[in-house]
Design a binder for this molecule. Structure first.
Ligand code: FPP
Length: 233
């Protein structure tokens, strides 16, 4: 029997943490953790679709992740390429709308082309889950880029709502729930402007073990939260 939730989040943002520790625990290289992380990403996307979540956003590569070993960075890009480069890729087959936030300029040409091609080929899928992957993304970087766009536009004064339209996430509602796996309890520069009123949830599960059951636990936690947006009940 399927569970009926009192309320579900319209938008969940995930910080996929713990790939390295998952691999370490098994005596495997860190990249094996990222490869398993891709499997968890697919499972989580399908679970979100099944559970009628409208938007799911995933932090895959931050502006700070360039500090990692080149082998690890290249390995993550290769996984991403393998996942996205096929003409008939996961998002197209499953009819899921695909988006990217962050700055794609430093990525290899073939990867950038594959990402843009998938955005283009899924843009008309209606009434389906919208998946956004954050790549070379940082919340502060996004805010500063937005401020520069505002300056370039020549306006002298703008509202919060107008400012949000200069952010990478202009097409998304703010996340209702943010989930960071692996027991770490930090935002690490993710969606800083958009998370102002989001509920936070920190399961201890490492990302490679994340699955539909874990998504349901997130929904159960969210259902119990009382959102007040600074007001009183
Ligand atoms: C955090 O775990 C994870 C990352 C920085 C990379 C996330 C990447 C993937 C899930 C796979 C590639 C992405 C796509 C979209 C195909 P960590 O490495 O910081 O783990 P640790 O804290 O245990 O070391």
């Amino acid at each position: 029997m399927s569970t009926v939730y009192k309320k579900i989040p319209e938008h969940i943002a995930f910080i996929m943490d713990g790939n390295g520790r998952w691999a370490n625990k098994r005596g495997l290289p860190r990249l094996a953790g990222h490869a398993e992380g891709v499997m968890a990403l697919k499972r989580t996307i399908l679970a979100c679709k099944k559970l009628n979540i409208k938007y799911a956003t995933f932090y895959a590569f931050s502006t700070e992740n360039w500090k990692r070993d080149k082998k690890e960075v290249d390995g993550i890009f290769n996984l991403l390429k393998k996942y996205i480069a096929k003409k008939d890729n996961f998002f197209i087959k499953k009819k899921i709308k695909f988006n990217v936030i962050g700055v794609l300029d430093p990525f290899p040409d073939d990867l950038r082309t594959a990402l843009i091609d998938t955005i283009e080929r899924t843009k008309d899928f209606d009434d389906t889950l919208v998946v956004t992957i954050a790549l070379n993304y940082g919340g502060r970087d996004e805010i500063v880029r937005a401020v520069n766009k505002v300056i370039q536009s020549g306006v002298e004064k703008i509202t919060e709502k107008e400012f949000a339209s200069f952010l990478d996430t202009k097409m998304l509602p703010d996340p209702d729930l943010i989930v960071r796996t692996s027991g770490e309890e930090r935002l690490s520069n993710f969606l800083l402007y958009q998370l102002a009123y989001s509920e936070l949830y920190f399961p201890t599960t490492y990302w490679p073990e994340f699955n539909e059951k874990e998504v349901k636990k997130c929904l159960e936690a969210y259902e119990k939260r009382e959102r007040k947006y600074g007001g009183v009940k």
